[in-house]
Design a protein around this ligand. Structure first.
Ligand SMILES: [Fe+2]
Ligand SMILES: [Fe+2]
Length: 171
């Protein structure tokens, strides 16, 4: 995920975990916007503005969140899998749940856009969006408070440097 650091607004992190933490920080902000848009439709009914907000967040998920989870699964989790197998399995399972919910959200949004099953589809968009907010917040907190601190402890200097270079290259 392209972080603020690389757009020049912040100092580029020298620790690979700090790059991922910046992605999470941005993610939490996007999730608040998704929550607000879903809440607005649930309380006030459909509006093009709230729906466009959801569509914008879908684009962010499909590009930046996808890149972030790919980096974690390809470059980060394998470094710690042998030390903490069940935690690694749990966070990977959460990624799968997230992408399943995302694919349901795309279907529901498409139904609204195509004007099919209007009321039901809009309710689906709202409830799936709320589920994604819950899933992602729980997942980000687990990585921030348990997984990432453990990775910081486990990484050797060489692994840290190699991971930093690999993440910068992938971003
Ligand atoms: Fe993750
Ligand atoms: Fe993450």
């Amino acid at each position: 995920m392209k972080s603020l650091a690389r757009s020049g607004k912040r100092k580029t992190p020298q620790h690979p975990i700090d790059i991922l933490l910046q992605d999470h920080e941005k993610g939490m902000h996007q999730l608040s916007m998704l929550e607000q848009a879903a809440e607005s439709i649930r309380v006030n009914g459909f509006s093009p503005e709230a729906f466009e907000q959801i569509a914008a967040i879908i684009r962010w998920m499909n590009t930046e969140v996808r890149k972030h989870t790919e980096i974690e699964e390809r470059l980060v989790f394998p470094l710690v899998e042998s030390h903490m197998k069940s935690l690694a399995e749990q966070v990977k399972g959460e990624h799968r749940d997230l992408w399943d919910a995302f694919s349901d959200l795309l279907t529901a949004v498409k139904e609204v856009e195509e004007g099919r099953l209007h009321g039901t589809s809009i309710r689906n968009v709202v409830s799936i969006a709320e589920m994604i907010v819950d899933l992602m917040r729980t997942h980000i907190r687990r990585e921030d408070t348990i997984l990432y601190p453990a990775i910081r402890q486990l990484l050797t200097n060489n692994q840290r440097q190699a991971l930093l270079e690999a993440i910068n290259k992938a971003s």
